[in-house]
Design a protein around this ligand. Structure first.
Ligand SMILES: [Zn+2]
Length: 353
């Protein structure tokens, strides 16, 4: 059976038992692609009866750890290791993966703002529509792996994207704990319209995304954190046979600290064209009033320095890593830590809104 949305299609058999590698293809008419199809890898591993997990990366093309993790799953897992079905898409937005860019060079589209997609709405919207209408409805669980991209560095963190639906949010909280990364960011409902997470929730999937590393590099630390996190989630869902996650290198989950990436978070933003000096490292706990970034005028030696200070206590969750900054550029995000009671309150508040 052919899966198709607009000009994106795949003939890969996702139903039969076994492990198969295929592709989905995007037909796009441009000078370069007038007589070709842009192919992206798609894999399936189907073992005994069980749930279906859709594990994706390459949503943004300049984020690499997730792309490696999804390919590793295909390389290392056999059908007998899996209870259920893994659908693996390591390069969702292949035009941006090929170009190592966040956005598609074909149409400037940001795949993670293009869901649920539009038939014949341009390449990025069509890939989003293919994922949302052809793959997500098959899945009980969706996992989308991100990194910081070229210009930023992120904590190794699961993302608890709240929906305001109590049972769904409790489920995502459980998944974030199962992932066992050092941190989980709590994101308020509707924070990122058009993203993968919202589309997966709309399709009825349990959903977890995560961030690890960034700066346009492959970090071994972030890669291993993400790899272990994905194995733990699949094991938690009963999708890996006993001992498989350990055989693949999974260690016990770490204690996860929850951070408020919503109203409680503070963005430190430049008002100047400047050279930025980081004064803190990613994941560092800072106190109110602590200098976080030092700015220097680009053109004058005698203008003095300007320190941007933390307006609240919290953890440095996101840090810009480019040296030259402009007015409006966010340089860091300080996220207050949520204890169990304040996390409960935030989830209840989301449901009441
Ligand atoms: Zn991303």
């Amino acid at each position: 059976m052919t899966l198709r949305f607009g000009s994106v299609s795949s003939d890969l058999d996702l139903d039969a038992r076994g492990r198969r590698a295929g592709q989905f293809g995007l037909t796009h008419s441009s000078d370069r692609h007038a007589f070709s199809t842009i192919r992206a890898p798609l894999g399936v591993i189907r073992g005994d009866d069980g749930p279906t997990a859709l594990v994706c990366a390459g949503n943004h093309g300049d984020e690499y750890e997730g792309q490696i993790i999804v390919r590793r799953l295909f390389e290392r897992l056999a059908p007998e290791d899996v209870s259920g079905r893994l659908i693996l898409a390591p390069a969702l937005n292949m035009p941006s993966v090929e170009a190592a860019t966040r956005l598609s060079p074909l149409d400037g589209g940001n795949l993670n703002r293009s869901f649920p997609g539009l038939p014949f709405g341009g390449p990025t919207c069509e890939i989003a529509g293919f994922v949302a209408t052809q793959l997500m409805p098959l899945a009980d669980l969706a996992v989308d792996l991100h990194s910081g991209g070229t210009g930023t560095e992120y904590l190794d963190a699961a993302y608890l994207c709240l929906t305001g639906i109590s049972a769904r949010d409790a489920q995502t909280r459980g998944l974030a704990l199962a992932m066992g990364l050092p941190f989980a960011m709590v994101v308020p409902p509707g924070d990122t319209p058009g993203d993968f997470d919202s589309a997966a929730h709309d399709a009825g999937c349990a959903m977890l995304s995560c961030e690890s590393g960034g700066e346009g590099k492959v970090s071994r630390r972030a890669l291993e954190a993400g790899w272990q996190g994905v194995l733990r989630v699949l094991a938690d869902q009963g999708m890996l046979a006993d001992g498989v996650a350990e055989r693949m290198g999974a260690t016990p989950a770490q204690q996860t600290r929850f951070l408020d990436l919503g109203a409680g978070a503070a963005h430190l933003t430049s008002d100047h064209h400047a050279l930025a000096e980081p004064l803190v490292r990613i994941g560092q706990t800072v106190e109110t009033g602590q200098p976080v970034t030092r700015l220097r005028d680009l053109h004058r030696l005698d203008a003095g320095v300007l320190d941007l200070i933390a307006p609240c206590d919290g953890v440095v969750a996101i840090r810009r890593s480019t040296g030259i900054v402009a007015p409006g550029d966010h340089l860091a995000v300080i996220t207050p830590e949520l204890d169990a009671r304040s996390l409960d309150a935030l989830l209840n508040q989301a449901c009441a809104a």
